[in-house]
Design a protein around this ligand. Structure first.
Ligand code: AMP
Length: 562
């Protein structure tokens, strides 16, 4: 094992090395997380729903000790396949124990785990794999047919490993098709995680790319460990070893928001839901495994809450859920807390931020406020987690007041924020800050609130209208299942808001009633000019409203007075 030396002396000009080196320079490495969990929480369970053969759902359970052993076997197997430091290894997989082992086996041995989002268009998947020059591809059984079709166009792939055992190996026209369990069975678990520079790349995720090609963000061991420390801290996820965590957010969407790293650090039991994210399957798993904390996007929670309401169910252990990825409508926060006694922690982040930027927990002074006033705070995206800084700036790059009213471009900086996209020369940074593309306010207590993606803001007569604020109000109407607001061209005002709604099944409501619902809740001029009904709204591969598509669909829509 070689001794690790800090490389960056430039930050300490003129300081003698002997004075500087007062503390150990142990590198921050991902392997330390699983090693820590195996040594100190060796018996703690990792439970996974797997779908193998005939679509029958099976629960697999083992411990951190087992996971560490198998991740080491995998690292040995990768070595024998010829994988070396810096190689990109792709996954197309659900949340499950084998995916977890890949996170550690691949990054732990110095290669890069590239999680590919299977919900992207097939052409985008092929683009991403080729762009990353992935050498091996690990796939769940579900995605074998997809890879079979894409394989002729995947230029760099030397082998495809199906994440299953010999008995379930599929017949597929894929050269060098390997079986995960066979690979592991051939190896010993005698492997010492290597020490190397903490700035070594460990993971790769591509942005969703609603416009243009997706861009790659390369995480390092250091950025991942820094993110882990901050994200598990008390005013963030607040994890400890008594928690049972079920990440609904996929491991292919920005590392399930870092939960596969935070849980071993804190020693939490993990419950991986596999492919079944419908209300019934999730509820059953929450109850069966005693889940206390979860994390996911609003659309998934919508499904679970509707299922629970229809079947008059309550949770017995579930206490807190982190909701992010899109704005969590206040009506959802209220329903979780009032009807199910589950506290919502609203969170904001993005692929470029590993992903966590801010999380929302109330302060002592907020506890005496009315439920309505508390709700108004909880609807915000929260305060930056320690280590990350947020600022709002005008078009000239000047900071704007933190008064909860002024809104501008949201900028971020910190040890887990992107500096360069993968293989791109130009840095996206502006004066050392990463422009997030979101528009936000920040109040005097530091609570940030996203008002829009910059390209979704509705520009009406020189004023800006927040589409998220209008959507949140619509979502509070009892007849509304989902709502989106977009700007539609208007001859006098440039753009005016149009409300597009999916009704709950079996209810009747008309446009006038929905538009009147805005009265008294916002300034009159912000009220949408019209409401249209659709059967479903378009979403991105990560569950966000796909407003580019919606704007396209309504491009020739005529507003009443236009
Ligand atoms: P992604 O990189 O796919 O995770 O997308 C990041 C983007 O999702 C952010 O820049 C925001 O526009 C949006 N987003 C994430 N969390 C929230 C949230 N809590 N409220 C509003 N928008 C959000």
């Amino acid at each position: 094992m070689s001794a690790y030396k800090s490389s960056d002396a430039s930050l300490n000009p003129g300081i003698d090395a002997s004075t500087r080196a007062g503390m150990m320079q142990r590198p921050l490495l991902i392997s330390s997380l699983i090693e820590h969990a195996a040594k100190n929480f060796g018996d703690t369970e990792i439970v996974s729903r797997i779908v193998e053969g005939n679509g029958i759902s099976v629960t697999h359970r083992y411990t951190y000790r087992d996971a560490n052993r198998r991740a080491k076997k995998l690292a040995n197997a990768l070595k024998h396949l010829g994988v070396t430091k810096g190689d990109r290894i792709a996954t197309l997989a659900w949340n499950g124990y084998r995916h977890f082992e890949i996170y550690y086996g691949v990054s732990g041995m110095g290669a890069i785990t590239h999680t590919v989002n299977p919900r992207l268009f097939p052409e985008q998947i092929a683009y991403i794999i080729n762009h990353a020059e992935d050498t091996f591809l690990f796939v769940d059984l579900t995605f074998v047919p997809l890879i079979e079709t894409l394989m002729p166009g995947l230029e760099s792939i030397k082998g495809v490993v199906v994440m299953t055992d010999r008995a379930h190996m599929p017949f597929a026209k894929i050269p060098n098709l390997l079986c995960y369990e066979d690979l592991l069975a051939a190896e010993v678990d005698d492997f010492e995680w290597p020490l190397f520079d903490e700035s070594t790349p460990s993971g790769l995720c591509y942005t969703s790319g609603t416009t243009g090609n997706p861009k790659g963000v390369v995480y390092t061991h250091r950025s991942t460990i820094c993110h882990t420390y901050a994200a598990m801290s008390p005013d963030a996820f607040c994890l400890d070893s008594r928690q049972v965590v079920l990440p609904v957010v996929p491991m292919f969407h920005v590392n399930a928001w870092g939960t596969p790293f935070m849980c071993p650090a804190a020693g939490c039991k993990i419950v991986f839901p596999g492919a079944a994210l419908d209300g019934a399957s999730l509820y059953q798993l929450f109850e069966q495994e005693g889940v206390t904390l979860s994390a996911g996007v609003p659309t998934v929670w919508l499904g679970l809450l509707n299922y629970m309401k229809t079947h008059h169910l309550k949770f017995s252990t579930f206490k807190e859920t982190v909701v992010g990825g899109s704005a969590c409508p206040p009506a959802m926060i209220e329903s979780f807390e009032r009807d199910f006694d589950v506290t919502v922690i609203h969170a904001w982040g993005m692929t470029e931020l590993s992903p966590l930027g801010s999380m929302n927990r109330l302060r002592t002074k907020h506890l005496q406020l009315s439920i309505g006033e508390q709700l108004a705070i909880k609807a915000k995206q929260g305060t930056p987690i320690f280590g990350l800084e947020l600022e709002i700036m005008n078009a000239d790059g000047k900071p704007l007041p933190h008064d909860g009213l002024a809104f501008g471009d949201l900028m971020a900086r910190g040890p887990w924020v992107v500096e360069h996209y993968f293989k791109e020369e130009m840095s996206p940074l502006r004066d050392g800050w990463f422009p997030t593309g979101d528009v936000a306010t920040i109040d005097a207590d530091g609570y940030m609130q996203i008002t829009d993606r910059s390209k979704d803001v509705i520009k009406s007569g020189g004023e800006w209208i927040s589409s998220i604020e209008l959507e949140n109000i619509a979502m509070a109407h009892p007849a509304v299942l989902e709502a989106a607001v977009i700007g539609v061209a208007h001859p006098k005002w440039d753009e005016r808001p149009l409300l597009v709604v999916v009704k709950k099944p079996g209810v009747t409501v008309d446009a006038e009633e929905l538009l009147n619902f805005y009265d008294g809740k916002i300034a009159k001029w912000m009220r949408p000019d019209a409401a249209a009904f659709v059967l479903q709204l378009p979403h991105t591969a990560t569950g966000k409203l796909l407003k580019t598509k919606l704007r396209e669909d309504f491009k020739s829509y005529k507003l009443p007075d236009a």
